[in-house]
Design a protein around this ligand. Structure first.
Ligand SMILES: Cc1cc2nc3c(=O)[nH]c(=O)nc-3n(C[C@H](O)[C@H](O)[C@H](O)COP(=O)(O)OP(=O)(O)OC[C@H]3O[C@@H](n4cnc5c(N)ncnc54)[C@H](O)[C@@H]3O)c2cc1C
Length: 442
């Protein structure tokens, strides 16, 4: 059964049963897909600008991706984690503003900021959790048809409780992130059936080792990956090793030298991130962790325990006997829902094309990512934008503050304020040290 959104009342029950409803395009809402920090910042921006919007989140709560790593401490303090429009709205309520110098965990980010934001009266009625967007298209045209493209509204196909409904909107901000779509263990990026068949013994996120001790205590574990997620996983495993001394920890990376994984350490402008580098160096030097680098994994084999085959010093070797793997090799965007739209992504990073030269980790360190806005994020499909961490594709350097500026600029443009859309209103922390090692969060 097809259903059409009723614009007059954009309630949490988003989709009216009236298929005969008609309205002018300008009064249609703007759709935000994904209630992560960037999707919610877009909602705050649109509420502030008095533009109608509707937000769809496939998880059962806002910040659903972050909740999966909620036990992990971020590296940026509150002052970089709160969108300015959101802050302005929250300060008009009895919200307790967190101390701006403190670095929250993922759970604190959700509970102390995202949930209060989502509960604001000008935002809450327009959020639909447990609603997954499965496709976006133009009202009348498929991707091939060029006639009248720019004057058409969009149709979203929304799945909820086993039903698929259609919703008509004026513009779309795809803020669906990449966290749910991890890279495999294999060095060449290919997902093989062998790896998929072992998924029950492989974590693709940062596991809460303390809460699930029996999975890791006195086991032989390999952590794969050279970024902050891997470092967080390793530090948690070492904490467990102190209580369960037979826990064996192997760190497998592709870096030419382990020094490259330590990052800026004491020179990092984000001290929490620098501290991760300092701590992991210490643990490696104390032999708490066995390091194998550069190692290029070619396949995994299930031999009761997991064997890892790969190239090390130009020779193929097999590392045997692992009970579990933690694969923290980053994540990649899934663009399936965009496939009936005309969109453009970079062939290397899979980021929005125009920002690729700013963020390609082969070229740039964290500190060199320039803030950018609507002009860089504009897609061939008019009024369709990919924002937030998804706009960076596979590049790992995304910061929430960058996403907040993206949606500030885009929502200004959609409100007709082209001058404001062009302005860059963001100062990022100086973190040029990242060029010496870890580039980005994970
Ligand atoms: C461990 C870790 C630590 C980090 N630390 C920092 C830090 O200190 N500072 C910083 O600035 N950044 C940090 N980041 C990077 C980044 O800011 C976060 O990943 C942030 O969550 C990205 O926000 P987002 O809104 O773009 O995407 P997400 O938070 O990933 O949100 C996307 C949302 O979209 C929903 N969704 C997905 N598909 C659909 C669909 N089809 N329909 C409806 N909803 C959908 C998801 O359920 C999710 O809620 C960190 C990242 C990680 C992984």
């Amino acid at each position: 059964m097809k259903m059409t959104f009723n614009i007059l009342n954009q309630p949490a029950e988003c989709c009216s049963t009236s298929s005969s409803y008609s309205t002018s395009e300008s009064s249609l809402p703007i759709a935000i897909i994904g209630a992560g920090p960037v999707g919610l910042a877009a909602a705050a921006q649109l509420a502030t600008k008095n533009l109608p919007f509707i937000l769809f989140e496939k998880g059962s709560e806002v910040g659903a991706n972050i909740r999966t790593w909620g036990h992990v401490r971020l590296f940026s303090p509150w002052k970089y984690n709160i969108d300015q429009s959101a802050k302005h709205l929250l300060l008009q309520t009895d919200w307790q503003e967190p101390n701006e110098e403190i670095v929250p965990t993922g759970n604190e980010l959700i509970d102390q900021y995202l949930i209060p934001l989502a509960n604001l009266e000008m935002i809450k009625p327009f959020i639909n959790t447990n609603h997954e967007i499965i496709a976006i298209t133009l009202k009348l045209n498929d991707k091939m048809k060029s006639k009248n493209r720019d004057s058409q509204s969009f149709y979203l196909y929304v799945q909820s409780e086993g039903e698929i409904k259609t919703v008509e909107v004026r513009a779309v901000l795809n803020a669906t992130g990449t966290w749910g779509n991890p890279n495999p263990a294999q060095g060449n990026g290919v997902w093989l059936p062998e790896e998929k068949s072992m998924k029950a013994r492989i974590d693709y996120h940062i596991p809460d080792v303390e809460a699930h001790q029996t999975d890791y205590a006195n086991k032989k574990i390999a952590v794969i990956g050279g970024g902050h997620s891997a470092i967080n996983s390793l530090i948690n495993l070492v904490k467990l090793q102190e209580k369960a001394p037979d826990t064996e920890i192997t760190w497998i990376l592709r870096k030419n030298s382990i020094e490259q994984a330590y990052g800026g350490e004491q020179n990092d402008a984000l001290p929490e991130r620098g501290a991760l580098g300092l701590r992991i160096r210490q643990l490696v030097e104390e032999d708490k962790i066995k390091v194998i680098t550069p190692f290029y994994i070619s396949t995994l084999i299930d031999e009761g325990t997991i064997s890892i085959i790969g190239n090390y010093s130009e020779e193929e070797i097999t590392l045997k006997g692992f009970d579990r793997l933690i694969v923290n090799t980053g994540s990649r965007p899934n663009y399936t829902i965009n496939s009936e739209l005309r969109y453009s992504i970079d062939p290397i990073t899979e980021s929005v094309t125009a920002i690729a030269p700013l963020i390609d980790p082969n070229v740039h360190s964290c500190g060199t990512v320039r803030p950018h806005g609507e002009a860089e994020l504009r897609q061939p499909e008019k009024d369709f934008y990919v924002v937030g961490s998804k706009s960076y594709g596979r590049a790992p350097t995304f910061l929430m503050a960058t996403g907040y500026e993206q949606v500030r600029s885009i929502t200004s443009y959609l409100a007709g304020d082209v001058e404001s859309a062009k302005r860059v209103e963001l100062t990022l922390p100086e973190t040029g040290v990242c060029s010496s090692g870890i580039s980005g969060c994970c």
